[in-house]
Design a protein around this ligand. Structure first.
Ligand SMILES: Cc1cc2nc3c(=O)[nH]c(=O)nc-3n(C[C@H](O)[C@H](O)[C@H](O)COP(=O)(O)OP(=O)(O)OC[C@H]3O[C@@H](n4cnc5c(N)ncnc54)[C@H](O)[C@@H]3O)c2cc1C
Length: 516
């Protein structure tokens, strides 16, 4: 590691939010910025492994934290989180959907007025180069290219799903990232072409790697914060060469909704009783650290393809539906998508036996705003031990109903004659089971899985909100020199996959901190 150990800003985590933040802050040549990443950093496409280049598969094995999460009291699941420069954006499914204006106006109504739709829209525009749409809502100068699937690029299953949705009366959407979009249309995707994934690492870093005031420190994990009587003064890191201290005027955690609270807890910032139980000295009693973990619930109608009807090399999702749940009527709080292939070795592994097949295609069903909340807590003070993640899914009747109704909608969408004709069989579900309330509830309980959109574990809010961890400028309440900028600050869930919103957070926090 370089001897350069004093910085203006240390950013912990080169992920979806950390990289844009580092890029914007280091644009000021007088500011010395360090970007620390636990996983590897691949500077050029030639050095980047195939699993990260290929946008048609998620990278769930090679660049992953290997976390496990409790779903329900009787069931755990693998909980994927990218461990590489680019974070989740480097391993994910390339669905690049914006959240709704109303999501941000809710954040503002909770006292976070710096995050209203009118304040965040310029950052959504600044991060993108929309290859299909312009006008008052889209940008063309940003690092992340966004394109939508053309009709001729859809697999037969996707085209049939699309047709079936239109026949079912779902409105056609050209641009799912228009603020009022609701209906069915081609998914916007963070790609330049049909195959390659564009991550924050591959989009933002190439033009700025040569900046002398930016130091990227990869393969190095932050174990805890250095805190003195005045506040946070730097970080302790673990790398192949052992433990080291790096000092800074300001530390910004961008380690994600699992990583950021874990670092704070190990540093004595969190619920005091939990910290004392682990023998950690309390620096600041903040009950919201790790509390309020919120992810979206998902299940699916799984179909085993007929021989010859597989689309295993194609993109996972191409056509998506955003609509209201029957029980809420709330704009876009449900999401359906035709997934060309799930590898049951890594996704929904509990369905493998029932499927009697290694891979399936599916109508995916996602509830965007379940009410159940979970938590991230420490299992040990040892930074090498994974935190305890409890998703606490389906804890309310409301959440069960969202997926019960969702499975029935997914079933209907899977039964258009052409799509159904591609399948040898549907896994578990059939015409009589789908009408049986208790059987569908049972199906939901046994199949529910996370959508890998965790937020809310260091949530933003005013100092008088007992569970708020950061203020609306993302400064940690009562801890000088410490900020958070990643998905964990979201005060409420958004009605979209969270990737684009998290990149926007990196951009927005850079602006809020530029003159601080
Ligand atoms: C498999 C998968 C697929 C997804 N697909 C999509 C999709 O298609 N569309 C979409 O919108 N969203 C998707 N998401 C969700 C979404 O992209 C992310 O959850 C979100 O972008 C999180 O951003 P973040 O910056 O908070 O965290 P991350 O992007 O996860 O970044 C955190 C970074 O911090 C690093 N880090 C953590 N702890 C430490 C430490 N102690 N020291 C140093 N570094 C550390 C991590 O290695 C990581 O690189 C997906 C998520 C996953 C896991």
């Amino acid at each position: 590691m370089k001897a350069l150990d004093t910085f203006d800003d240390i950013i912990v985590g080169a992920g979806s939010a950390g990289i844009p933040l580092a890029a914007r802050l280091s644009a000021d040549p007088t500011r010395r910025v360090a970007l620390i990443e636990a996983g590897p950093d691949y500077p050029t496409p030639a050095e980047t492994p195939g699993d990260l280049l290929d946008g048609n598969q998620m990278s769930l094995v090679e660049h992953d934290w290997k976390f496990t999460a409790g779903i329900r009291p009787d069931r755990t699941t693998r909980y994927y989180q990218g461990k590489v420069a680019g974070g989740a954006s480097a391993v994910g499914n390339t669905i690049a959907l914006r959240a709704l204006p109303g999501d941000f106006d809710e954040w503002a109504a909770l006292g976070n007025t710096e995050w209203s739709w009118s304040k965040v829209l310029p950052h959504f525009m600044a991060l993108e180069n929309d290859l299909d749409f312009g006008g008052e809502f889209h940008g063309h100068d940003g690092p992340i290219p966004i394109r939508r699937w053309r009709p001729e690029e859809l697999t037969p299953a996707q085209a049939m799903f699309f047709e079936g949705c239109l026949a079912a009366g779902i409105p056609l959407i050209d641009d799912h990232n228009h603020p009022s979009a609701t209906g069915v249309g081609a998914a916007p995707s963070n790609r330049r072409d049909v195959r390659g994934r564009v991550s924050t690492a591959s989009a933002y870093l190439p033009p700025i790697r040569s900046r002398e005031n930016l130091t990227i420190i990869a393969d190095t994990s932050v174990s805890r914060l250095l805190v003195d009587g005045e506040g946070v003064r730097g970080v302790e890191v673990l790398s192949g060469s052992g433990t080291q201290e790096l000092r800074a005027r300001r530390v910004i955690l961008a380690a994600g909704a699992i990583g950021s609270p874990a670092i704070m807890l190990r540093s004595g910032i969190g619920p005091k009783d939990d910290l004392r139980r682990l023998g950690i000295d309390v620096v600041r009693d903040l009950p919201g650290v790790g509390a309020g973990l919120h992810d979206q619930t998902r299940t699916a109608v799984f179909l085993v393809p007929k021989p010859g009807a597989e689309n295993f090399g194609a993109a996972m999702g191409q056509v998506v539906v955003r609509t209201a749940a029957p029980s809420t009527g709330r704009e876009n709080d449900m999401y359906y998508a035709l997934v060309n292939h799930f590898d049951l070795a890594t996704q929904f592994p509990h369905m493998r036996e029932a499927a009697g097949a290694g891979r399936v295609f599916s109508v995916l069903v996602v509830a965007r705003e379940p009410s159940s909340r979970g938590s991230v807590t420490l299992a040990s003070t040892d930074p090498r031990v994974a935190p305890r993640i409890d998703l606490n899914f389906l804890a309310t009747e409301r959440d069960q109903q969202l997926l019960v109704d969702g499975v029935r909608v997914g079933w209907e969408l899977s039964q258009s004659s052409k799509l159904r004709d591609l399948a040898e069989r549907v896994v578990v579900l059939n015409n009589s089971l789908i009408d049986d309330d208790e059987a569908v509830r049972d199906y939901v309980r046994t199949t529910v899985d996370p959508a890998y959109n965790p937020v809310g574990t260091t949530r933003m809010g005013a100092a008088d909100d007992p569970l708020a961890v950061v203020d609306q400028r993302c400064a940690v309440h009562g801890v000088d020199g410490l900020y958070v900028s990643d998905a964990s600050i979201m005060p409420t869930m958004v009605r979209a996959n969270i990737g684009l919103t998290t990149i926007m957070i990196g951009e927005r926090v850079a602006e809020l901190l530029r003159d601080v």
